[in-house]
Design a protein around this ligand. Structure first.
Ligand code: NAD
Length: 496
């Protein structure tokens, strides 16, 4: 019998779904569960329950509330094997990679556990005679968190840790492709002390998302996913006056300068391009080699390393890379490699030629050289194990190429020259920059976010910017005048 994954509302499973989606194990191609798809009435119910529960959560003492996050950190550590198994079963990434995702998510909980400090306001005494001013940060109310398939635990933690720490109730709408991690997180948040109704999970597709975007009871929307959906989420939610941050897709470039340590650069390129089968928004998908000699050498080194990678089920400890998320996505990714020669690129390693003794959605890794900016393989976000190499003559050409791209999530430079790397950090129009770091995902104490088509909205996600995003500030001006000096004054209040 197929297991049904239900919505989690008010601390319990909710509803009898009219529609469901199928959940697969990408390593075997077998269906493992079905997941409920919410309609507008389900979403409205979740919002009503969340709004009801939120007030008491907001009123809980901050020190007591902080304790929830300390406990959640410990619970995540204790349950990381269970969580990693769920991630690998539904996403396909190898278990060590799933564990890495959890440990990055734990950073967000650690950051949020400092909420007593994070929620401090400002105070000015005696701004005028007997007048003091202070600020307070209050929660938005109920916030919607809509997340992608590729980090089914980490991205929900990016959002929910700060949203809850600031006193909001959360409705998480995880990817319908790998919904089980969200259910584990719901259980752990409640075990840690989040009251029922404060963290809810509503599953589904566009119907559920649209209901959240349109609902007057939702005050803010955090979205992470592909650029076309991020753009439309931003427009639709903003149209109803919500605060929105919508993080989109990416095409991340890594420059290799002639002075770089080319073995180190090749190791980094292989790890960052093919890790998690390239299904990371910070994956390196374009290597920009400066100079023909650099390009020839680094392509040879990458090809040698890529040929030795072990691809297999994520549960097999010898696997370095697992399958792609769905059969359709595998076909789409393979199409970019198959079509590349007709556009003039040179396929150095053809991952579509790799054979696998499995019904899973496996694809070999591909390396495509002599790619130019007009080619489809360069223009689109592929989101698979395909590394393109663009050859340029100068540092300036490399920077111009990256700055002309509409995606601007992450980028990296490999060089031994401090002045070049410093100049690069200044010159480049991208949100997250690595110097000899191929995946510059900021630590939890900093915020994460791209520029241009990689983020719609003003705020980056998690870290300090999230505290601002999930709160509204108020300024309180106070005076305790001597009643005997009170008089009528119709003039505009002046402090001079
Ligand atoms: P997606 O855009 O297909 O889906 C993201 C979420 O939106 C899911 O919950 C999905 O159910 C929902 N959704 C899908 N279509 C919708 C529609 N038409 N209307 C309303 N909601 C809809 O993304 P995905 O395939 O799950 O994830 C991969 C994408 O996410 C890649 O583009 C990747 O770069 C991006 N991503 C970005 C970041 C970042 O921080 N910038 C992080 C992770 C992933």
């Amino acid at each position: 019998m197929t297991t049904t994954i239900h919505h989690h509302i008010g601390g319990a499973a909710y509803g009898t779904p009219e529609r469901t989606g199928r959940v697969f194990n990408p390593a075997t191609g077998e269906q493992t569960a079905e997941v409920a798809f919410a309609n507008a009435a389900d979403v409205d119910h979740a919002i009503a329950v969340a709004a009801q529960a939120q007030r008491a959560w907001q009123d809980m003492g901050l020190v007591k509330r902080a304790g929830v996050f300390f406990r959640m950190r410990e619970l995540l550590v204790q349950h990381s094997d269970e969580l990693a198994a769920a991630i690998t079963s539904e996403h396909g990434k190898v278990l060590s990679d799933a564990a890495g995702e959890i440990s990055r998510g734990i950073e967000n909980v650690e950051f949020a556990s400092g909420l007593v400090n994070l929620l401090k306001g400002e105070h000015s005494t005696q701004v005028a005679a007997g007048v003091d001013v202070h600020t307070i940060k209050q929660p938005i109310g109920v916030v919607a968190c809509i997340t992608p398939f590729n980090f089914p635990a980490m991205v929900p933690l990016w959002m929910s840790a700060s949203a809850l720490a600031t006193g909001n109730a959360v409705i998480l709408k995880p990817s319908e492709k790998d919904p089980s991690s969200a259910m584990i997180l719901a259980r752990l948040w409640e075990e840690a002390g989040v009251p029922p109704g404060v963290f809810n999970v509503v599953h589904g597709d566009k119907e559920a998302v649209d209901a959240l975007l349109d609902a007057p009871g939702i005050g803010a929307v955090s979205f992470v996913g592909s650029t076309p959906i991020a753009r439309s989420i931003y427009a639709r939610a903003a149209a109803t006056g919500k605060r929105v941050q919508a993080l989109g897709g990416a095409k991340n470039h890594m420059i290799v300068m002639p002075d770089a340590d080319l073995d180190m650069a090749a190791d980094a390129a292989v790890s960052a391009a093919y890790g998690s089968a390239g299904e990371r928004c910070m994956a390196i998908s374009v290597l920009v080699a400066v100079g023909e000699a650099t390009a020839d050498a680094v392509v040879a080194k990458i090809a040698e390393r890529a040929a030795g990678l072990t691809i297999g089920a994520g549960t097999d400890p010898s696997s370095q890379m697992g399958p792609l998320i769905t059969a359709e996505h595998r076909e789409k990714v393979a199409g970019y490699v198959t079509d590349a020669p007709a556009e003039g690129a040179e396929v150095v390693i053809d991952g579509t030629a790799a054979a696998f003794d499995s019904d899973g959605y496996f694809l070999g890794v591909s390396l495509v050289d002599r790619v130019t900016p007009e080619m489809k393989v360069y223009r689109d976000e592929i989101f698979g194990p395909v590394l393109s190499v663009v050859r340029v003559e100068t540092y300036e050409e490399a920077v111009d190429l990256i700055n002309a791209n509409s995606f601007a999530n992450g980028t990296a430079i490999f060089t031994r020259d401090g002045a070049t790397s410093r100049r690069f950090a200044d010159d480049i129009h991208v949100g997250m920059v690595g110097v000899n770091v191929p995946l510059p995902v900021p630590i939890g104490a900093y915020s994460f976010g791209g520029w241009k088509d990689s983020l719609f909205g003003d705020s980056h996600i998690y870290g300090p910017e999230s505290i601002h995003f999930y709160t509204r500030s108020k300024v309180v001006t106070t005076r305790w005048p001597d009643a005997s000096e009170s008089q009528i004054d119709l003039g505009f209040p002046s402090n001079h």
